[in-house]
Design a protein around this ligand. Structure first.
Ligand code: DC
Length: 473
């Protein structure tokens, strides 16, 4: 696609682009520069770039990627602009677009500048944080009115990294991103600031606070620039937020109207309403920890949770089952299966029910019926779906596929703890039956992340959460 690419700034974004360009063969060579010498040597030792070069003369390169804090983008462009050749494309990756667009349009160059913003950041920075496939399934906003061949080429470039390019006006971008990305960072930084003095807090940190502290670990230089150069819209978003905060504060003070406030927000179900439906598929044998992990992820993300095994179990336990009357309900963070309004979770959890479900699951007609029910339950929402064939058959386009597994002794011990009367032999037999059947057998999807869950639950969840955050952020 390109002959020679030059990346200025080899942090998380620049470094991750470098990985993908090399892995996908999108350029014959990738050179780079970073103001920080140690970043440069790390980038070289990780193989992110073929060579490190100064930025004085870049006339040889056909794509230049400027991936530095927003305030430095025009400064860098000014430095390189006069050396660039006709036909060279320059893109940036900054999170503020109007400022960049205005500043670079005043700089003369033979090159063509296309402002881009891949919405793919995470809190880590530096070349060590670079990730392969970071841009897969992510939006990239391109803020130009031009629809010429260079823009087409850049659209194609982002598509080959698995991203979804979206063309948008720069001001519109800044307004939207102020709310969807900059405001959460303002809140995270200020929230953590308000707790710093309290030495006891870290000891008792729950999941909610941990999410804020994670965001507040983002690069101060990068976020300072964003707040400065998108000041108008960030302040506008903060004003709106302050009003909401005051509203809730008043209601808490008075002790009235709290439920209405929270219910209105909950029923907006914003986490279900992303621009795209996101499906996370979790497969594996019994006792691998699928349910605990899937429920945890679903609760954290506010996604629906579907336990397909529970549906097969119900089909095996209830004669003349009317599957339209089945529903998963989340009550206080606990997901249970309800039939005709009645909680049937306890009824279906025995190993005998598991074995009958496994027998029934060999039948393609039953599988089709359950799959249809799953599609209906999920609709257009984002969901965590667990089972045996979620990643291979039911949701082959899931944004993330996890295959959880552990040695049989570990799994059997877990099951014993769950009090479901399953012996090791029964579990092994069921696994063999599920793995060897011809209809949708239990196998890891080719693109699944395989995770051995033998370690402590806490460390497994931590690892999986970080994979999830990287995938869907
Ligand atoms: O996950 P579980 O143990 O509740 O599942 C019970 C049985 O249901 C399992 O042994 C095989 C079958 N099943 C299936 O064939 N496909 C699924 N997606 C989920 C479960």
């Amino acid at each position: 696609m390109f002959e020679k690419v030059f990346i200025i700034g080899l942090g998380l974004i620049g470094g991750s682009i470098a990985y993908d360009i090399k892995d996908r063969g999108l350029a014959k060579m990738v050179a780079g520069y970073d103001i920080n010498n140690s970043n440069l040597s790390v980038a070289k030792s990780l193989g992110l770039i073929n060579t490190a070069l100064p930025i004085e003369d870049l006339s040889d390169f056909d794509l230049i990627i400027i991936s530095v804090p927003v305030g430095d983008i025009p400064k860098i462009y000014k430095k390189i602009a006069s050396s660039l050749s006709e036909g060279t494309i320059v893109i940036d990756t900054g999170s503020v677009k109007k400022f960049v667009l205005d500043a670079v349009s005043k700089i003369k160059s033979k090159a063509f500048f296309i402002p881009c913003h891949p919405i793919a950041g995470i809190e880590n920075n530096g070349p060590h944080a670079a990730l392969r496939g970071l841009f897969n399934n992510k939006n990239v906003i391109i803020t130009t009115d031009d629809r010429g061949s260079d823009v087409e080429k850049i659209i194609k470039f982002w598509k080959s990294l698995g991203s979804y390019p979206v063309l948008m006006d720069a001001t519109e971008h800044d307004k939207i991103i102020a709310v969807m990305s900059h405001l959460p960072h303002v809140i995270a930084y200020s929230l953590v600031d308000s707790t710093i003095e309290d030495a006891e807090i870290p000891k008792f940190m729950g999941g909610g606070m941990a999410d804020f502290t994670r965001i507040a670990c983002s690069s101060p230089k990068m976020w300072r620039d964003i707040f400065v150069y998108n000041k108008e819209y960030v302040l506008f978003a903060i004003d709106k937020y302050e009003k909401s905060l005051c509203k809730l504060k008043t209601r808490i003070k008075k002790g009235t109207g709290i439920m209405e406030f929270l219910s209105r927000v909950q029923s907006a179900k914003l986490s279900h309403k992303r621009d795209r439906q996101l499906i996370i598929a979790v497969d594996g044998p019994s006792g691998a920890g699928k349910s605990s992990v899937s429920r945890e992820i679903a609760n954290r993300l506010g996604f629906l949770y579907i336990d397909s095994g529970a549906l097969y179990r119900t089909k095996a336990c209830i004669v003349d089952l009317d599957i339209k009357k089945l529903a998963f309900e989340n009550y206080n963070g606990k997901w249970n299966l309800f039939y005709n309004g009645k909680n049937i979770d306890n009824l279906i959890r025995s190993e005998a029910a598991g074995k009958s479900a496994s027998d029934m699951a060999k039948n393609t007609k039953v599988r089709n019926e359950i799959n249809e029910l799953i599609y209906r339950m999920v609709g257009n929402d984002s969901a965590v779906v667990e089972g045996r064939d979620m990643g291979t058959k039911v949701f082959p386009n899931a944004v993330l596929k996890l295959f959880l597994d552990a040695p049989i002794d570990v799994r059997a011990k877990r099951r014993k703890k769950d009090d479901c009367n399953a012996t090791k032999e029964q579990m092994e037999n069921r696994d063999i039956q599920d793995t060897e059947r011809s209809a949708a057998p239990l196998v890891p999807a080719k693109d699944a992340v395989y995770i051995d869950t033998s370690a402590s639950y806490k460390s497994v969840v931590k690892m999986i959460n970080s994979i999830v955050v990287r995938t869907i952020h």
